[in-house]
Ligand binder design. Structure first.
Ligand code: BGC
Length: 847
């Protein structure tokens, strides 16, 4: 049946019920109209298909699936072909497990190394993130299932993630936080987009007409569906009106009733509802065959091999200095190596939260080293993962290091540091790991550190070791991949997709990230990552786009041909960049060639350079290839807030080609015509934005950029009050709830085992109670709770006292009724209405 025919068969109740989840990960099946349930599943770096009793934060295990490297390591490959292959494998696994839509990729921009979900996102650069995401989506969707790009938009911190308000100027929004979404939408047509939890400039993303109507559907011509993040809907009616389709997970029938009422009251027209329903049906029907006709199993070994190739290609060689005659790496066969560090036995291979995958198998360095061809002299854990000091472990490791030619020292961030639901609290590696490295280097200077983390860490200690290999979070096959690189079976070719600063204090949003207030001010503007470091000339530990190889490459013969610079016809210029790349060493290898654009003496302030193209090129020793990279219409443009359009400033541009954001071997200059837009910053007092020195930038200058004043953040007592703010309420009962949560959060942090469910609730606004547990909690009940928090319960002391004085000993009873009766009423009302609604839907389905 097609969508038109189905639409005719559906009742108003069914249409509205179709737009809300019926289970934690599924929509409602409507048998008489042949509408199957749509099944979503996390995502992004492996399938997290949960069995019975699913809870979206991981209560209840998930079925085994291939755990691919997380986004950070996939991005470090800079290999779109390989990422597409990973996508294909993911799509196949999704179909086999009856999953219609995979909840990935995550493409939020990394504002700071402290971002709790940085491991799940690709880059600080929107061009790279967009290209990676497009490849992933193409791969997944080639198998007939849908990919769901998330989280749309400006969702870069976990602290207060469900209610925080991301405040940013329109240019920063467009150039940095939306640009990756624009690329993936235009180039890969994802079937679904997940709206983020947060507000963007005051309006929740899921009901933000500027984001959804003006930009996503309007400017970009998006044709797919929008799904809320889990529990992220604020007002379903407003969401549907703005262009959102599915409210997830399972809010009971409360939202359905709201939608029905909105249609009946004319707040939402029947036409608009029909449009949303047919768009929703389009997603359901177009992904149905893939799961209905899928094979019963997938090739586990084959997918493991893809995971291994991706992990190897994403490893970044950060340092490889001489140990004697030659660089320490690669290790010759039979080199006597000691393996030290807890991570060798229990690898850090993925992050925590909704992306947690139950791998089909998990390789460790300790197992894989046995058949690596190296002379393995022994293993010692060396340190406690928890960060506690353990002198015995350290001594045993030192004794082992003395017996080896080379020490492979596995360091990294513990699991508790990187998780959805919380931001990192430190940029440093645990001190006991660094102390061990120092002890080892006093007995053996040939140390290669293997670093596992989902993001940048401080590396001030790295001066003391000759070799440093960044493994990222390599997935289930990461260990063998690391050994391939160590032994030279694979020549490292990964490059950093984010800058590694020297210190946290050097980062552009230092001091304001993560924001603990109700709003998150993106004061650094467009100066994110290398855009800041290069413009403000802040030295870094390892630049964006950086990574070494066991061979060397030479760039030559750059030519740039500008096309379509026909600005009168409304076309922005594009260009073809051509150059020669030669492998000048003795080993086969691959180089990521990066193209950056600069506009010297720009009138409209802009970053010193921006990535606009790249290619990963494999070369045999001595081989030379001519490489061509096309720069699209996004290469030279900037967003002009006065015209509300993309414009080009006329004049000379530098096109620079090379191996990192810090070093480009080739440069050409091209002249571009102006689109003659007015200078939107004329007369504005924004000196730091003009120079890029935005670290610590004052609120006043940020307001000048925004063009409006920002109110002082204050806690309000309403549906969106977060549990973490209940202490501001006027209800002793909720003060107790707050105290318990505080205790649990602190306990988790102290023990190094943060409880994700507790953190989820801690950062959760009250209305999310209804959105996550709608079978019991309606918005009516939430409103009753809000009244309690506003002081309804305390007011009840007055009638209780009056009754006590005039009618005897009923003080507690009256107060108890005063407090609980409204809650009980709303609870019962919701249960009754839900049951009636279900009965009606069941009856309609029988007819
Ligand atoms: C996360 C999403 C995830 C969803 C379902 C949310 O908490 O933010 O990324 O897809 O849960 O598990």
């Amino acid at each position: 049946m097609d969508t038109e025919a189905i639409l005719k068969k559906l009742t108003l109740e069914e249409k509205c019920a179709l737009l809300v989840g019926a289970t934690a990960f599924g929509t409602r099946e409507i048998k008489h109209a042949e509408v199957p349930s749509l099944v979503f599943s996390d995502g992004p770096h492996g399938l997290r298909r949960q069995a019975e009793g699913a809870n979206h934060l991981g209560i209840g295990g998930s079925l085994p699936a291939t755990c691919f490297p997380t986004a950070v390591t996939l991005a470090d490959t800079w290999d779109t072909g390989l990422v597409e292959e990973v996508g294909e494998a993911l799509g196949e696994e999704a179909a086999v497990e009856d999953v219609n839509v995979l909840l990935g990729p995550g493409i939020c921009i990394k504002r700071s190394p402290l971002g709790g979900r940085d491991f799940e996102y690709y880059s600080e650069d929107p061009y790279l993130a967009g290209k990676m995401a497009a490849a992933y989506v193409r791969g997944v969707q080639s198998k007939g299932v849908g990919a769901c790009v998330k989280h749309f938009a400006a969702n870069s911190q976990e602290t207060r993630r469900q209610a925080s308000d991301s405040i940013l100027d329109e240019r920063t929004l467009r150039e940095i936080y939306l640009a990756a979404f624009e690329i993936v939408v235009k180039e890969a047509a994802p079937k679904a987009v997940m709206s983020s939890y947060n507000r963007v400039n005051g309006v929740y993303a899921n009901e933000n007409t500027h984001l959804l109507q003006d930009i996503l559907y309007g400017e970009w011509g998006y044709k797919g569906a929008v799904v809320t993040d889990w529990g992220g809907s604020n007002d379903h009616v407003a969401g549907v009106a703005a262009g959102s389709h599915f409210e997830m997970p399972a809010p009971g029938l409360d939202s359905t009733r709201e939608l029905i009422a909105a249609v009946k009251d004319g707040k939402i027209s029947q036409d608009l509802l029909d449009r949303r329903v047919s768009e929703a049906l389009e997603l359901i029907l177009s992904t149905h065959d893939a799961t209905a006709n899928a094979a019963s199993s997938f090739d586990e070994e084959g997918h493991h091999a893809v995971a291994e190739r991706a992990a190897a290609a994403g490893i970044v060689l950060l340092k490889n200095e001489k140990a004697g005659e030659k660089p320490l790496l690669p290790l010759a066969p039979k080199t006597k190596v000691a393996l030290i560090g807890d991570f060798a036995k229990e690898p850090r291979y993925q992050g925590a939260g909704s992306s947690l995958v139950n791998p089909t198998k998990l390789e460790t360095l300790l197992e894989c080293i046995q058949d690596s061809g190296l002379d393995f002299v022994g293993y010692e854990p060396g340190f406690e993962r928890s960060g506690e000091k353990n002198a015995e472990r350290a001594q045993a490791a030192v004794a082992l290091a003395e017996r080896a030619d080379v020490v492979l020292l596995c360091l990294g961030l513990p699991e508790s540091e990187e998780s959805e639901g919380m931001d990192r609290t430190s940029f440093e590696l645990p001190a006991n790991q660094v102390a061990l490295m120092k002890q080892l280097s006093s007995v053996n200077s040939n140390i290669c550190c293997l670093l596992s983390s989902g993001g940048a860490v401080a590396t001030d200690w790295a001066d003391e070791v000759p070799a440093l290999l960044y493994l990222g979070l390599g997935g289930q096959a990461g260990a063998r991949a690391a050994l391939e690189v160590l032994t030279g079976a694979q020549n490292p070719s990964g490059k950093l997709a984010e800058t590694w600063p020297k210190a946290l204090a050097d980062t552009p949003c230092d001091g304001i990230f993560p924001s603990d207030d109700a709003d998150a001010q993106y004061r650094e503007g467009i100066y994110v990552g290398y855009r800041y470091y290069e413009t403000a000339k802040v030295p870094v530990a390892f630049p964006f786009g950086y990574g070494l190889s066991y061979t060397t490459f030479a760039y030559s013969n750059l030519s740039v041909h500008v096309k379509q610079s026909d600005v009168k016809a409304g076309k922005l210029p594009t260009a073809t960049v051509t150059f020669d790349l030669k492998n000048t060493g003795t080993r086969a290898g691959a180089e990521v060639a990066e193209v950056y654009i600069s506009k010297p003496k720009a009138r409209i302030f802009r970053p010193a350079e921006e990535l606009k193209g790249f290619a990963k090129v494999a070369l045999e020793p001595g081989e030379k290839k001519t490489v061509t990279i096309e720069l699209d219409e996004r290469a030279f443009r900037y967003f002009n807030v006065a015209t509300g359009a993309w414009e080009v400033e006329g004049g000379n541009y530098e096109v620079k080609v090379g191996g990192s954001s810090e070093h480009q071997a080739l440069k050409a200059v091209v002249l571009l015509a102006d689109t003659h837009a007015p200078d939107p910053y004329m007369g504005r007092n924004i000196p730091e934005y003009r120079t890029g020195a935005v670290h610590g930038i004052a609120k006043e200058e940020f307001e000048e950029l925004l063009g409006r004043r920002l109110p002082e953040p204050r806690v309000t007592l309403d549906r969106n009050t977060c549990f973490r703010d209940l202490n501001h309420g006027r209800s002793p009962i909720f003060w107790i709830v707050w105290l318990v949560l505080q205790h649990l959060v602190k306990k988790g942090a102290k023990e190094g085992r943060p409880n994700l469910n507790v953190l989820f609730i801690y950062n959760m606004p009250l209305r999310a109670l209804a959105k996550n547990a709608g079978q019991f909690v309606s918005m009516g009940l939430v409103d009753a709770l809000v009244r309690e928090i506003q002081g309804w319960g305390l007011c009840g002391l007055v009638p209780a006292a009056i009754v006590q004085i005039f009618a005897g000993d009923f003080f507690l009873l009256v107060w108890f009724l005063w407090f609980f009766a409204p809650l009980a009423y709303e609870l019962i009302k919701n249960l009754v209405l839900n049951a009636r609604g279900e009965k009606l839907l069941a009856a309609q389905d029988r007819n």
